[in-house]
Ligand binder design. Structure first.
Ligand code: NDP
Length: 328
């Protein structure tokens, strides 16, 4: 049997956490031969700790063979000590009285603290996935606060946007999601995100030849970008099981590989495709041997450039706000 991998999940008692933990316990994230030491980091409030205790009781009751241990703590040092994978899900939701900069500020404090704890205590090869919104900028903050860890290891989740897009494309063309290759969502997990079919093949044919341009521009792009709001409208709560599934997919592929198949991950830019260095940006990647690589050599069209630029502007504006907070 392999040595257990220590996985930290923050906000584990929230709604995404409630779907995520059981999938991790069942082996969906790291494979059926990989035991896990699961640690839930919760806020130090009576209600959070009580909720985490309830989740732990249910995990115990599943008797998952791969769950070597389950702990919950509000202590950052205990949680991140030797952690090899961190799923940073817990974040402050936007309330009615908050504007966007209040939200950035409240979340910046959370990710500054967690970034520092990762820097001080985690395994040097830790893989970090930020789910809590604003996910791209929160991942940027955590990375900036962890200067001793490879910057590459701080990623944010755009896989839900990717998965949502695959189903829209499959339903439109009558194909299977597995027939779709070379698709990605560029940019920010926000309303400027850009689901891009320029290079996409569906059952071996060019997607642009199969899909009417007006459907792509007027339906597909806005539908993917506003899917989160549509779920809230329909369900009365934000996406939870599908977000947890996307987090599982993201880490699964990063650890176990995709071969030459593209996936979308938000990763720190090294200046690829004119994206300013350091922004945590959704890009097409392939994963092999526990590492990811941004797909190289794409010739961007003017349409792609224009949409990528909108996302650059959105993320640069957020970066300007949080850089001041990190420097304090
Ligand atoms: P919930 O509000 O249900 O859960 C959030 C949990 O995080 C709560 O248990 C909360 O505790 C906890 N929490 C808050 N701050 C901290 C902290 N500093 N340390 C540890 N735990 C903390 O939210 P969801 O599970 O629905 O969503 C979580 C995040 O994921 C949100 O930011 C949401 O916007 C984001 N999201 C991202 C998606 C993406 O594609 N990137 C998709 C869907 C959601 P308490 O109750 O005590 O405050």
């Amino acid at each position: 049997m392999k040595k257990p991998v220590k996985v930290v999940v923050t906000g584990a008692a929230g709604q995404i956490g409630y779907s995520l933990l059981f999938r991790i316990g069942a082996g969906d994230m790291l494979g059926m031969d990989q035991p896990v030491d699961l640690c839930m980091l919760e806020r130090n409030t009576e209600s959070s700790m009580k909720a985490a205790k309830g989740v732990k009781m249910e995990l115990d009751d599943c008797a998952f063979p791969l769950l070597n241990s389950i702990t919950s703590t509000p202590d950052l040092k205990k949680a991140f000590k030797d952690a090899q994978i961190a799923l940073l899900v817990g974040a402050r939701p936007r309330t009615k009285d908050m504007n966007r900069s209040d939200l950035l500020n409240a979340n910046a404090q959370i990710f500054i603290e967690q970034g520092r704890a990762i820097n001080n205590y985690a395994d040097r090869n830790i893989k970090v996935l930020v789910v809590g919104n604003p996910a791209n900028t929160n991942a940027y903050i955590a990375r900036k606060c962890a200067p001793d860890i490879n910057p590459k290891n701080f990623t944010a989740m755009m896989r839900l946007d990717h998965n949502r897009s695959l189903t829209q494309l499959a339903q439109k063309t009558g194909c299977k999601v597995t027939d779709i290759e070379k698709f990605c969502v560029w940019g920010n997990h926000g309303n400027t995100m850009y689901p891009d079919i320029t290079n996409t093949l569906i059952a071996g044919k060019k997607a642009e030849d199969l899909i009417p341009t007006d459907w792509y521009l007027d339906y597909f792009i806005p539908t993917v970008a506003s899917r989160g709001s549509a779920i809230i409208e329909a369900r009365g709560h934000s996406s939870a099981a599908s977000a947890a599934n996307a987090a599982i997919d993201h880490i699964h592929d990063w650890v176990l590989g995709t071969g030459d198949k593209w996936q979308t991950m938000a990763v720190p830019s090294n200046g690829e495709y004119g994206i300013p260095e350091g922004l945590c940006f959704g890009m097409p990647v392939t994963c092999n041997n526990g590492d990811y690589e941004v797909v190289k050599g794409l010739e961007l069209t003017d349409f792609e450039r224009e949409h990528i630029l909108q996302n650059v502007k959105a993320l640069e504006a957020e970066r300007a706000v949080v850089d001041e907070l990190i420097a304090k």
